[in-house]
Design a binder for this molecule. Structure first.
Ligand code: ZN
Length: 284
């Protein structure tokens, strides 16, 4: 029942995300005017604005001018609905608080907007990431559960104040996430003598790091290139384009690392122990 509810909520929010994907890069207001057909400017009637259903009923064409409506609209709606249900199941399974669940939903929305804008325009809008970074830190303080780790290593408290620990964890996440991509982009520019990774990706992983903490940010940084390899190279070969957006791979890696966070954090912790032994000779 609740799964169904979150699917419908996801479809509806997906419909709004479509508006964001279309309007944010054009620096237009998200609330007014109402949705309209971009080719004949006729406002979309309420009964033509029902997620997915209206697209199928109109067979992908505007009711007035018969202009083609991009498949992206129902796709984004379905994807949002699907991800909302999956995150709901995930949160239930892990007994996450509603606050953590809400945080993941918000992050998921930001990733969907970034992904589809990046796919179309090869940019990740500042309106999402630059605003998202401080929001991620504020959200972490409001909802310290985001940075809780169930095993013993993770229960280690720096200050003894849960919210303050979450603040530090979130800021570290922003710095490590953004820093890793920034380092990569500087290195890439130096080696290849051209833009290897955009600054948008720096801010994107910074925002993500603020929500999931530095350990998962590191995991995401290393998982994303695998998706890039498996999906990006065929695209490069087929379309003969020289630039592929990296935001979608970072976003996909983020969802994967959130869902399997115990596994990835375990790996990172193992590396931390390994390096501790290597550099200090100290066995814990
Ligand atoms: Zn039209």
């Amino acid at each position: 029942m609740l799964g169904c509810f979150f699917f419908i909520v996801g479809l509806t929010i997906g419909s709004f995300l479509n508006v964001c994907i279309y309007r944010i890069p054009k620096k237009k207001s998200l609330v007014s005017p109402r949705s309209f057909c971009p080719s004949c400017n006729t406002p979309v009637r309420w009964y033509d604005n029902i997620p997915v259903f209206s697209y199928l009923l109109l067979r992908g064409h505007c009711r007035d001018c018969k202009a083609h409506i991009s498949i992206r609209y129902p796709l984004v709606e379905l994807l949002t609905g699907y991800l909302f249900v999956q995150l709901y199941v995930f949160a239930q399974y892990r007994h996450e608080s509603p606050c953590v669940f809400a945080g993941y939903l918000a992050l998921c929305c930001a990733l969907i907007i970034s992904t589809f804008v990046d796919l179309e325009l090869l940019i990740i809008p500042n309106e999402v990431t630059f605003v998202g970074m401080p929001l991620a830190i504020v959200f972490s303080v409001l909802c310290p559960g985001l940075h809780n780790e169930p095993d013993t290593l993770r229960n280690f408290s720096l200050t003894g104040i849960v919210r303050f620990d979450a603040l530090i964890a979130s800021v570290c996440g922003v710095l490590v996430g953004g820093g890793l991509v920034f380092f990569c982009s500087v290195l890439g520019k130096w080696v290849f003598r051209k833009e290897a990774m955009g600054f948008g990706d720096v801010k994107l992983l910074g925002m993500v790091g603020g929500m999931v903490g530095w350990k998962l940010a590191v995991a995401i940084f290393f998982v994303a290139p695998f998706f890039g390899l498996f999906m990006g190279i065929p695209v490069l070969l087929m379309k003969k384009k020289h630039l592929i957006p990296y935001g979608p791979f970072l976003s996909l890696a983020t969802l994967v690392c959130i869902v399997w966070q115990d596994y990835f954090i375990e790996i990172i912790n193992t590396y931390i122990q390994l390096f501790t032994v290597l550099f200090t000779g100290f066995h814990s």
